[in-house]
Design a protein around this ligand. Structure first.
Ligand code: UD1
Length: 342
């Protein structure tokens, strides 16, 4: 099978490429290399097209003759501030639109797998002891300043308990990147409906593992903590460290992509380990595996845009893709303490 991997020189895309080539697929990578200081090492058999998704000619060349597309390229992370909005929309919405148009012009109806994210849900799912399932409103600065980090019931103000998010939860993007991921999903599903292609959106939870990019304004917390440890500093845990995430190993995420490429299933599913942990837990586990010297510090700082708990239900991915994460939290984090970063 000839597979186009957009963003195939990147963190997740690179692991997808390794697995595809290892099983003998013919792989073409379209990557702008914008996130790379030096040329990345790709397997010899891979055809690399250096180009941006907004570059029509490069995209046209990249889609030629492919049987399946794995769309990983995107501007990721939270960015610096709202000033990034135009760049995110141009790269993620505009880039995806360009890719889909090139596929349309080629009458492509093969498999399309797109990288999405748990950020499409906004806050996760919550339950009030009194009022049952409720939606958590964005947290307010005065509460956070006072150290009240748990979202509160919109009806009675009580602290809420989290529950794991199924895929049919309402989409509620709360930052620009999240909004572009919702749009990427919607455009891709529309393409599927028009072309007959089976389209699968994988909503990644917090991915970590070897070759994760180092600390930048666009990096996730695992990379920030790992970079701090390497620089001899303590990981700085925001809020009270009780915020919950699902950390899923990049090897598992790459495997989920191959499973999705091999199936004629249309839909969106969570790609998660199914083993939630707090950020405080993650910092302690990683720091302990790195050295005995730099235990994390809990700072009480907060970022207004952050959500408190996002924990996924991994059930749909198991049912539809036969995907179950294989790398456990302790094993994965212990290895990550020594894994090379990019
Ligand atoms: C992250 C990604 C998001 C991706 C999603 C799923 C970023 C910025 N966010 O969202 O793009 O789609 O995972 O893979 O890449 N924290 C600290 N100390 C720090 C930095 C962060 O305690 O130095 C805390 C934050 O307050 C937050 C948690 O760690 O509670 C997670 O932060 P982060 O990884 O940045 O964002 P996510 O919301 O999990």
């Amino acid at each position: 099978m000839r597979v186009l991997v957009t963003g195939g020189a990147g963190f997740i895309g690179g692991h997808v490429v390794d697995r595809l080539t290892a099983r003998g697929d013919d792989v073409v990578v379209l990557d702008s290399l914008a996130a790379h200081e030096k040329k990345p090492a790709l397997p010899d058999s891979v055809e690399l097209i250096v180009g941006d998704l907004r570059d029509e000619q490069a995209v046209r060349r990249a889609v030629e003759g492919v049987d399946a597309v794995c769309h990983q390229a995107a501007r990721v992370g939270l960015g610096v501030d709202f000033d990034d909005v135009a760049a995110y929309v141009a790269d993620n919405d505009g880039g995806t639109a360009n890719l889909l148009r090139a596929l349309w012009r080629r009458s492509f109806s093969g498999r399309l797998v797109v990288a999405s994210s748990m950020v499409v849900y906004g806050e996760g799912r919550y339950r009030c002891r009194e009022h049952g399932d409720v939606r958590a409103e964005p947290r307010r600065a005065p509460d956070l300043d006072a150290g009240r980090f748990e979202p509160r019931c919109p009806r009675c103000g009580a602290d809420l308990a989290w529950a794991s998010v199924p895929e049919d939860a309402p989409l509620d993007p709360r930052n620009v990147y999240a909004a572009t991921k919702v749009h990427t999903e919607h455009l891709s599903f529309l393409y599927g409906r028009e072309s007959g292609a089976a389209v699968c959106a994988l909503r990644y939870h917090n991915v970590y593992g070897p070759r994760m990019p180092r600390d930048t304004p666009y990096a996730g917390v695992a990379s920030i903590f790992r970079s701090a440890l390497e620089a001899g500093a303590a990981p700085r845990v925001f809020e009270d460290g009780g915020q919950t995430r699902d950390f899923v190993h990049v090897g598992d995420v790459a495997r989920a992509n191959l499973l999705a490429l091999d199936r004629e299933w249309t839909g969106a599913c969570n790609i998660a380990s199914g083993e939630p942990h707090t950020v405080g837990d993650m910092a302690r586990t990683l720091a302990a595996a790195f050295s005995e010297q730099h235990g994390p510090v809990v700072t009480g700082e907060y970022r207004l845009g952050d959500v408190r708990h996002v924990v996924a239900s991994p059930d749909l991915a198991a049912e539809k893709l036969d995907f179950r994460a294989e790398t456990g939290f302790a094993e994965g984090m212990t290895a990550f303490a020594r894994d090379p970063l990019r």
